[in-house]
Design a protein around this ligand. Structure first.
Ligand code: ADE
Length: 279
């Protein structure tokens, strides 16, 4: 996969040289390049922002440096497609062969594990890191001719710019690329992979500061262990993220799992979990 990040603070992206993502880059699994937006300005002061039309606080990012930068990274894609032969030019899943332009913004659609899986299928992702009050809206309209444009939010809070959001999204996407995580099984049983939070985990010693590891985990009974872990997922999700249970497909749950949910105050109605009013 190819990833381009455009930012006025390229140093902010330095952590992407470390750990699993850094290793994926070294191993040639991920071709990630960071570009300084100011390299695409033409004035002496390398200006990237100006005052907002209509008034108000803060500054807005000027459109032309963004158009220049995004044209350059999109042209890079065209060159690579030529060099590689035709298939790559149209090979991207779900985005009609255009690279995907992700614009981190609290006003974007919510980035989830499902989004990470979807984006991990693409050939090229471009991240445009806005700062100040954001990027002139016309850039996103113009960019739609060259990219599949997706404004994307990490959550309902405001960061100072897109860079920290890009660190999170690139890590979430990058670890799903084939070969990046050593043992792909560890991607299966983790929070959000099945719409639930992960079960609690323990390691040695089995007794620590008067606290014992749940006995079932020492029993060697793999069926019992799997069931305990599933029920712990239900308990945790009900306690911490009941919103996730509204989406959970409970239609095919075995009886013991329905009982576990009943104990947590949920009934299965038409395949969906419904919280009992008295619970
Ligand atoms: N930029 C500023 N706030 C953000 C958020 N919550 N998610 C993504 N990008 C952002």
């Amino acid at each position: 996969m190819r990833i381009d990040v455009v930012s006025i603070f390229p140093e902010y992206l330095a952590p992407l040289e470390l750990s699993l993502i850094g290793k994926a880059r070294q191993d040639g699994l991920l071709d990630l390049r960071v570009h300084d937006l100011r390299e695409f300005t033409t004035d002496r002061h390398r200006t990237v922002d100006d005052t907002p039309y209509g008034g108000g606080a803060g500054m807005v990012m000027k459109p032309e440096p963004w158009a220049q930068a995004l044209t350059a990274v999109a042209a890079g894609q065209a060159e690579r497609a030529e060099n590689a032969g035709a298939p790559d030019a149209t090979g991207a899943a779900g985005s009609a062969g255009k690279p995907v332009l992700i614009v981190p913004s609290p006003a974007g659609e919510r980035f989830t594990q499902a989004t990470a899986h979807e984006l991990a299928e693409e050939n090229q992702l471009v991240f445009a890191c806005g700062r100040y009050e954001g990027i002139d809206e016309r850039v996103l309209e113009w960019a739609a001719d060259h990219f599949t444009v997706r404004p994307m939010s990490l959550g309902d809070y405001v960061l100072n710019g897109g860079e920290v959001a890009v660190l999170a999204m690139v890590e979430a996407i990058g670890r799903l690329l084939p070969g990046v995580v050593g043992n792909p099984e560890s991607l299966v049983e983790e929070s959000h992979s099945d719409g639930l939070l992960e079960y609690p985990v323990y390691t040695k010693p089995s007794s620590w500061r008067d606290r014992d590891v749940p006995a079932v985990l020492l029993s060697g009974n793999h069926g019992k262990i799997a069931q305990w872990r599933r029920h712990e997922q239900y308990r945790r999700t009900a306690e911490r993220r009941p919103d996730l249970l509204a989406e959970f497909d409970a239609g095919k749950l075995p009886r013991a799992d329905r009982t576990a949910f009943a104990d947590l105050g949920y009934d299965v109605v038409d395949g969906l979990l419904v919280r009992r009013p008295d619970a």
